[in-house]
Design a protein around this ligand. Structure first.
Ligand code: ZN
Length: 101
């Protein structure tokens, strides 16, 4: 069975792979990383929600999308901030002002 919506161009396919790689590096499982890449390129209306173990990671991202997803601002395929910047492991919970976490 073929994919219903294939990327339109080589650069979109390359961006898709890049988003998957960045998302995995940020801590998402492969399945959720693929969902995120699909949602980023095709819209989140048809994207399955993140799995329970990925929800805490997704929750740390600032931009709210549909189906329980959040993402980063701007063009996520070009973002060095994916490199763990929003990874919960990097959030300093002991810092004053982080009580809302
Ligand atoms: Zn997941």
């Amino acid at each position: 069975m073929t994919v219903a919506s294939t990327p339109e161009s080589f650069s979109e396919a390359r961006d898709h792979q890049r988003i998957v790689r960045y998302a995995e590096r940020a801590g998402l499982c492969l399945l959720c990383a693929v969902h995120l890449a699909n949602g980023t390129q095709l819209g989140f209306t048809v994207t399955a929600p993140p799995c329970p173990s990925c929800v805490p990671i997704v929750s740390a991202w600032p931009i709210e999308k549909l189906n329980g997803w959040r993402t980063l601002p701007g063009r996520v395929a070009r973002q060095p901030t994916w490199k763990g910047h929003y990874n919960l492991a990097d959030v300093d919970l002991s810092r004053p002002g982080s009580e809302h976490l």
